[in-house]
Write a protein that binds this ligand. Structure first.
Ligand code: URA
Ligand code: CA
Length: 435
């Protein structure tokens, strides 16, 4: 068995680690035979020296197998999943999961909670009265088989090596490393069991990757390494230079998802949801994805699946037909334009922080979130606003820091005298060959 010190020295000198060395590291992270300071030192060495493709693939596989691997092979129909690198007003999962299920694919989805200024699908779902995202594995699989989809919090112990490593990366300035990001994201997706996975790599002010070049490089690496594990992956690089939906905040985002699923709202969130969903169907071998998604929207089949899923999770399925059953803010306060002009920029990160100040998110893992609060935007980049017109509405409760949110929201939105071009929604599509 290679020792931690030998493995550390080898990577420090810039050499490629072998399968045996990578396996010893990942095992050591989980069983404690690698001390935290040794793991942290190796993370720093990887961050500086990098890893080649084969090392990255091996690290991904070892991390995926470091805990439970969900087995979805008993489900009838192709299994699909998606993953977003995280954004603001990104409610795509709540829209596309029921639509994709209505088109014949099986979605057994495990989601996360929000941390910092990006929202978490579980927090959004749990704003629905009665709903609980904890579900035992057997019932989870039964629910997916019966309804076609379910979104729950993680069951079992998936990719425990990533939990340890991610916490260490966070405090050692080693988050920012391509092989570490790729292995972290892919290991969790592989452990979650789906055969076909679409990655939504966000690009812009509110994203993990701010530049198009970085976002494309990450998407390409994710797809390449993902396909080398034997599953089918593809990726879209999509815009996060402004919030994706018009609503930011837990119950507010559920409301927008329901409005889209019932045909009452459209826009960028709907468009991206349909495109990602179509990719999921395509990967799963279901032809005519986009038309089928639109038909499921039109007929109400997606909304029906959504209601069934809510009910299966213990929630009040009537919200699908009556959004007034969702938690409501105590007051709604407009943020008005100080000048007239075209909307030049809406910094998604600052809108996310404003929503956080109102109580919609958490700074630390143990914080609780307020389901009712958040922000409803009235404009998108390129649109005109007159002086004094509302740019956004803050949905607040007694506990909200309204002043901080007002300052952040005003600062997030920049006005321009000249017409402004609207940014594209999708920058690139990365298809992979299965190898
Ligand atoms: N998301 C993850 O899950 N891991 C990373 O390393 C970065 C983003
Ligand atoms: Ca330890």
């Amino acid at each position: 068995m290679p020792t931690p010190v030998e493995i550390l020295r080898k990577k420090r000198l810039g050499n490629a680690l072998s399968r045996e060395e990578i396996a010893a590291f990942v095992r050591g992270v989980v069983d404690g035979s690698f001390a935290d300071y040794q793991s942290a030192a190796l993370l720093m060495a990887i961050c500086i020296q990098g890893m080649n493709r084969e090392e990255t693939r091996l690290l991904t596989m070892e991390m995926a197998h470091s805990g439970d691997m969900l087995d979805l092979s008993g489900l009838s129909g192709p299994t699909v999943d998606k993953h977003s690198t995280g954004g603001v007003g990104d409610t795509t999962s709540l829209i596309l999961v029921p639509l994709v299920a209505a088109c014949g694919a099986k979605v057994a989805k495990m989601s996360g909670r929000g941390l910092g200024f990006t929202g978490g699908t579980l927090d959004k779902l749990e704003s629905i009265p009665g709903l609980c995202t904890a579900m035992e594995e057997k019932r989870f699989l039964q629910t997916v088989e019966e309804i076609g989809c379910a979104i729950i919090s993680q069951t079992g112990d998936l990719a425990p090596a990533d939990k340890v490593l991610y916490a260490l990366r966070d405090v050692t300035a080693t988050v920012d490393s391509m092989p570490l990001i790729v292995s972290s994201i892919l290991s969790k997706k592989l452990a979650s069991g789906a055969q076909n996975i679409v990655l939504d790599v966000k690009c812009g002010s509110g994203a993990l990757m701010e530049t198009l070049e970085d976002a494309k490089a990450l998407a390409q690496m994710l797809v390449e390494i993902g396909n080398a594990t034997g599953r089918r992956f593809c990726a879209l690089v999509t815009d996060m230079n402004q919030p994706l939906g018009m609503n930011v905040g837990n119950a507010l985002e559920v409301r927008e998802a329901i409005e889209i699923l019932s045909g009452q709202a459209g826009g960028a969130l709907k468009e991206i949801s349909l495109e990602i969903g179509a990719k999921m169907l395509e990967l799963a071998g279901i032809s005519g994805g986009r038309q089928k998604m639109e038909a499921a929207l039109e007929s109400g089949a997606g909304l029906k699946k959504f209601a069934q899923m809510i009910t299966a999770l213990g929630g009040d399925g009537r919200v699908a037909g009556d959004v007034s059953l969702l938690p409501q803010a105590e007051a709604v306060i407009p943020v008005c334009a100080a000048e007239k002009g075209y909307i030049g920029a809406i910094l998604a990160s600052e809108i996310g922080r404003a929503s956080l100040a109102l109580g919609a998110g958490r700074l630390r893992k143990e914080d609780s979130v307020d389901p009712a609060v958040g922000i409803v935007m009235t404009r998108r980049i390129g649109e005109w606003v007159d002086k004094g017109e509302p740019l956004a509405y803050l949905h607040v409760t007694r506990r909200s820091n309204v002043e901080a949110a007002q300052a952040l929201a005003s600062r997030a939105i920049a006005l321009s005298r000249e017409p402004v071009e609207t940014p594209p929604l999708i920058y690139a599509s990365v298809e992979g060959k299965c190898v």
